[in-house]
Design a protein around this ligand. Structure first.
Ligand code: HEC
Length: 129
């Protein structure tokens, strides 16, 4: 009588063990932000301004542009929109030397992920979002 239940219990337990031993997580699914770069729906007012606060506004904010930023005020939408459209913005941060001087001036190059964010925003038409 009892034996039947014990056998049943062992059978269920081994099924669970077999099943869980074959279970595994894909790191890219469990930790989506660890390696991938989210370039969907990039916002100028948050995503890009956060990057520029760290790397650009010390020279290109409204307050600093005339003294340090060659009068390029990147807090001004029309200025960044123009630089986005004529290719100078991307050329400067890619530091390809084709259309614009390498930026940030005398600073570390932006990460590939951050460059891709600018690129995605420019490809979306450089919206005032
Ligand atoms: C240390 C100061 C400094 C920092 C930081 C800086 N810039 Fe500049 N940037 C300048 C100056 C000065 C000029 C004007 C250079 C000139 O015309 O000779 C300039 C020019 C530019 C231009 C026009 C380039 C051209 O050749 O017409 C762009 C676009 C630009 N910056 C984008 C950026 C971006 C984007 C960042 C941040 C990733 C950044 N800059 C960071 C100082 C800076």
């Amino acid at each position: 009588m009892m034996r039947k239940y014990v056998l049943y219990f062992v059978a269920v337990l081994s099924c669970i063990l077999i099943y869980t031993s074959c279970y595994y997580d894909k790191a890219s699914l469990v930790y989506p932000s660890s390696k991938s770069c989210d370039t969907t729906n990039v916002q100028l007012s948050t995503d890009l301004n956060n990057i520029m606060s760290v790397s650009c506004f010390s020279c290109h904010s409204s307050a600093n542009a005339s003294s340090f930023g060659g009068n390029y005020n990147l807090e001004d939408y029309n200025t960044i929109k123009t630089a986005a459209s004529n290719g100078k913005l991307l050329s400067s941060i890619k530091q390809d030397g084709i259309l614009a001087l390498p930026m940030p001036q005398s600073g570390a190059k932006l990460s590939d992920c951050n460059i891709n964010k600018f690129s995605a925003w420019i490809n979306a038409g450089a919206p005032e979002n």
